[in-house]
Write a protein that binds this ligand. Structure first.
Ligand SMILES: Nc1ncnc2c1ncn2[C@@H]1O[C@H](COP(=O)(O)OP(=O)(O)OP(=O)(O)O)[C@@H](O)[C@H]1O
Ligand SMILES: [Mg+2]
Length: 504
């Protein structure tokens, strides 16, 4: 057996993971991967979807056991048999997928499993006060007594980070913390990370936003196919080099494509309103058009399109027209009947069915089309699934693999594939490339364009301005629940222009 020793400890090293191997049925998730963390550093961990980033961090926090390899903390072997043991060592993970208790309050969630107890009872007042204090570090001011289910995905993410901070981490792992945050909130998070750095906290920062890596990280570890590719100080690498190393080859960056859109309006909404969410929203979308929807988190973008898809109902006075005819859309079923599809921003809650296979998840809304004499046509389902696994480079052991065993980005690809393959007339995509690596993002953009080229009206809600500017034929800007303007000439538009429209 191989004897693994810690390396020299004179560089402030707090954690060393050496030659870690982890095999899942059908997949070698980690193949002698290594990671070295130093006190007071922000250490970015990057790699394509399925490279093994989350698995490595799940091992460091006692969620998974490794098959081979060693972990050292301060030069001493670290053996973890449970997540609780990692927490006792102040190794704390903010997981990629939110795992808050929706019904419990913000304060309760922050101290979940780590309750403040006085004379054998939970001290609610101290819990509330402490929760507020921690949220203040993150520059978040919210009512800590409200249930977290009332919060947007962005605020839930911030609560999840606050929960980690409540454990006073020595090692803090942030698995894609910014994927649901907009610039403002991300900036606040980076500010807090600077504070933690000064206190000596070592941080692992997993992200697909390589600009953030360049700006925030001190070092970066690049992984590919479960292996360590390289570890370097940020000053010694560029963004392009990182992309090449992640992919293992040179990649061509896709350019914005100028598209011709028909004049035929597919969908039109007039005067959509919901008290406290949005007011008097009117817009249309043409066949084959990609309508980008921009705005800050909390602007009401998600809420507007939940209503468009019939998940919620507008107040009286609204009118909806499809191909010029007035229609009523009062449930997702009626939206689907009218040819609409919807990819929600919350894949965990309204997206995947975790206990089902990749194939079942992919063909879910197309069941009707897959039936032959009332039975699911397995051959057809399998062929569509194989086709999309290939087209979107979905990393999965097989089409029968349970979707919950796919990496976060690969789950997202399945959900997007589900609607792209269904043959809808209008598709609403809320943050479609959240958590998707830079190369796969281009592939998905291409598929979205192909879909629009076939005449589908596509709505892309995205907090990533780059994405909206690259994809959209027209941009609808939302600010505080109202349409603050439309941008027709996207080719000539910059991020600043979009912000100007938002605040005008
Ligand atoms: N519980 C599991 N069972 C089976 N396979 C798994 C499990 N968890 C992860 N895997 C597999 O291990 C590989 C690495 O996954 P991991 O989640 O670590 O990737 P990642 O780098 O975090 O990707 P992403 O950027 O998409 O989040 C993937 O092929 C995934 O399918
Ligand atoms: Mg991951």
């Amino acid at each position: 057996m191989e004897i693994i020793q810690p390396s020299d400890q004179n560089d402030n090293c707090i954690i060393e993971m050496k030659n870690i191997t982890k095999v899942f049925p059908g997949t070698k998730a980690l193949d002698r991967a290594s990671l070295k963390l130093r006190k007071g550093e922000v250490h970015a961990l990057v790699g394509e979807n399925g490279a093994g980033k989350s698995t490595l961090m799940n091992i460091l926090t006692g969620q998974f056991f490794m098959d081979e390899g060693k972990i050292f903390m301060g030069g001493e072997p670290l053996r973890l048999s449970s997540p609780e043991e990692a927490l006792k060592k102040n190794i704390v993970l903010v997981p990629q997928e939110l795992n808050l208790v929706p019904e419990a309050s913000v304060a309760e969630n922050i101290f979940l499993g780590n309750e403040i107890v006085r004379s054998g009872m939970i001290d609610s007042k101290a819990t509330r006060n402490k929760a507020k204090e921690i949220l203040k570090i993150l520059n978040v001011e919210i009512d800590v007594t409200q249930p977290v289910k009332k919060l947007s995905a962005a605020y839930q993410q911030l609560v999840s980070i606050a929960r980690a901070l409540a454990y006073t981490p020595k090692v803090l792992i942030l698995d894609e913390p910014t994927s649901v945050l907009t610039n403002v909130e991300a900036k606040n998070l980076f500010q807090s990370m600077k504070l933690l750095k000064q206190q000596g906290t070592a941080m692992v920062f997993i992200t697909h936003h390589l600009d953030e890596v360049m700006e925030q990280a001190d070092r970066v570890t690049i992984m590919k196919d479960g292996k360590l590719v390289e570890e370097v100080p940020i000053s010694e690498i560029t963004k392009d080099k990182m992309i090449t190393k992640m992919a293992g080859k040179k990649v061509q960056k896709l350019q914005r494509v100028k598209r011709n859109v028909s004049d035929e309006i597919f969908y039109e909404a007039k005067h959509l309103s919901r008290a406290g969410e949005f007011e008097d929203i009117s817009f249309n979308i043409r066949k084959g058009e990609i309508l980008g929807v921009s705005g800050l988190v909390g602007a009401g973008r998600t809420e507007i399109f939940k209503c468009v898809f019939g998940i919620t109902q507008s107040e009286p006075g609204a009118h909806i027209y499809i191909e010029g005819k007035e229609v009523e859309i009062n449930s997702p079923i009626s939206a689907i009947t009218h040819g609409m599809g919807y990819v929600s921003e919350e894949r965990r809650h309204d997206g995947i069915t975790p206990g089902m296979s990749v194939m079942e998840n992919l063909v879910l809304p197309s069941y009707g089309q897959m039936l032959t004499h009332g039975l699911i046509n397995y051959k057809k389902a399998a062929s569509v699934t194989n086709q999309y696994i290939k087209k979107m480079s979905i990393k999965t052991a097989s089409r029968e693999t349970l979707i919950k065993n796919l990496s976060g980005g690969n789950q997202q690809k399945v959900i997007v594939a589900r609607w792209i393959s269904k043959g809808v007339k209008m598709l609403i995509l809320d943050e479609p490339t959240r958590g998707i690596d830079v190369n796969a993002k281009d592939e998905i953009h291409n598929l979205i364009r192909q879909l629009a080229d076939q005449g589908v009206a596509v709505v892309v809600i995205s907090s990533e301005m780059d994405e909206v500017l690259a994809l959209a034929d027209r941009i609808m800007v939302i600010h505080r629940g109202k349409v603050s303007g439309f941008i027709d000439d996207v080719d000539m538009t910059t991020q600043e222009d979009v912000l100007k429209v938002a605040f005008q």
